[in-house]
Design a binder for this molecule. Structure first.
Ligand SMILES: *Cc1c(COP(=O)(O)O)cnc(C)c1O
Length: 424
């Protein structure tokens, strides 16, 4: 094997074998749902930059909020100082998220937000003298981020981190929920039984159950029934285990509700937000906790406090951008736009059949085509780019998770390209 054109240059790209990686497309500008390449081509973005750019790029109101905040201050530490952008964002998140999540701990990326949630859950029990509750129950097909704690709760076999099995803490795994969002009752009941069995066996050593509600995204677009989520909430409650919902991917509308927890009308003990939180402009996360979790850290002993503090937590620029993004989300009826995206995805992809296709999964602003053999998708990116679109397939999935502002015609064009890939 000879070295490819990227092998000896300085950027080390993500999830890439640098020896054989294809030369990436060079973007010089982005606006709306368009990526402008250096050769002048414009690609319709079907991926929203790993799903975070829900407003598209260079949104006038969000750009303006960022500029205004830059005129005040880009950053100050949150240790011993406070500022209006962080205070306003925390209050806004408490107001928007399910009732009972009253406290917000900021972090600088989704992975860090999940690490914060895990550590918070451990210390919640340690502070109350339960040193035995030190493990987590996660789901197969889960993806919670790339840092070490996050890796430990990601899918143990199929995920990106199987090479590290044995090096990261060993957690307990329940089977990935089956039965889909629409709820095939027998399959969902079986999945709930399996989750119950795991919790019953391990609850004495579990600090928390962690899951991506409704949509297991990067682990393979597995959809779950709201009934499964409701059962998880009840099982955790009944067995003295915290429930952490990782809504880094599902938060801010991706599953058709502002937060996926709303499908089951539940409040987790801890909720993690990231990705779309900051409108695709900057990395940031928010880990929200209930009063019950927060109160377990209150005492006269500094040792009981939550000893955590990412350098950039509560970054004013990130907070100002997040606030502007939430304003636009509400003002422009994004939930209505998302329902429209779902209808178009259903119309364009819902009845797609092909021997190479195992199934097609559509929920709200996510459409994924699941193929039997990943080799079938080799060349799909270039095929899409030649037809004016950016689609980044992975594993067995050709998918789109577009910005919510995508024009109907652009979305239909993306779907046509996905269909044509199989029709060619
Ligand atoms: C992307 C993602 C993360 C990690 O977020 P980063 O900002 O990439 O660290 C965690 N959990 C879920 C569900 C995600 O989709």
């Amino acid at each position: 094997m000879t070295d490819g054109p990227l092998t000896r240059q300085p950027i080390w790209f993500p999830y890439a074998q640098m020896r054989t990686a294809r030369v990436p497309y060079r973007v010089v500008r982005a606006h709306g749902t368009r990526l402008v390449l250096d050769d002048g081509r414009e690609l319709i973005d079907g991926v929203a930059s790993w799903w975070c750019a829900i407003h598209g790029y260079a949104h006038p109101q969000i750009d303006a909020a960022a500029r205004e905040q830059l005129g005040q201050m880009a950053h100050v530490m949150l240790g011993g100082l406070t500022h209006t952008p962080a205070e306003r964002l925390a209050a806004r998140l408490v107001e928007l998220t399910p009732t009972g999540l009253d406290h917000v701990f900021f972090g600088d990326s989704g992975s860090v937000g999940v690490e914060i949630a895990l550590k918070m859950a451990l210390q919640y029990w340690f502070n109350q003298g339960h040193r035995d509750k030190h493990r987590f129950l996660a789901l197969e097909k889960a993806y919670h981020g790339d840092t070490t704690g996050c890796m430990s709760v990601g899918d143990p076999a199929e995920g990106m981190h199987r090479r590290f099995a044995g090096l990261v803490p060993r957690q307990v795994f329940a089977p990935a929920p089956r039965g889909g969002f629409d709820d095939d009752p027998a399959a969902v009941d079986t999945s709930i039984d399996a989750l119950r069995a795991c919790i019953v066996t391990h609850h004495h050593e579990l600090a928390a159950v962690i899951m991506e509600p409704i949509l297991q995204a990067a682990g393979g677009f597995n959809l779950m029934s709201p009934r499964y989520l409701a059962a998880a909430r009840e099982l955790c409650h009944d067995h003295d285990v915290l429930l952490i919902l990782d809504e880094v991917a599902t938060g801010f509308g991706r599953t058709g509700r502002l937060f996926a927890a709303e499908h089951a009308d539940i409040t987790p003990d801890i909720l993690v937000l990231g990705k779309a939180l900051t409108a695709g402009y900057l990395g940031h996360s928010a880990t929200l906790a209930t009063g019950q979790v927060y109160d377990a850290f209150l005492s006269d002993d500094l040792g009981d406090a939550f000893m955590h503090g990412p350098t950039f937590m509560g970054n004013p620029l990130a907070c100002a951008i997040a606030l502007a993004g939430i304003d636009v989300f509400q003002r422009d009826d994004y939930l209505g736009k998302i329902a429209r995206i779902e209808a178009i995805l259903q119309e364009e992809l819902g009845s797609l059949r092909h021997p190479a296709i195992k199934d097609v999964r559509i929920l709200a602003a996510t459409g994924a085509i699941h193929v039997h053999d990943p080799a079938v998708l080799k060349g799909a990116r270039a095929f899409a780019a030649e037809r004016g679109a950016w689609l980044r397939s992975f594993d067995n999935y050709l998918y789109t998770m577009p910005a919510y502002i995508i024009a109907d015609d652009d979305l239909r064009h993306l779907c046509t390209i996905m269909r044509d890939w199989f029709a060619r």
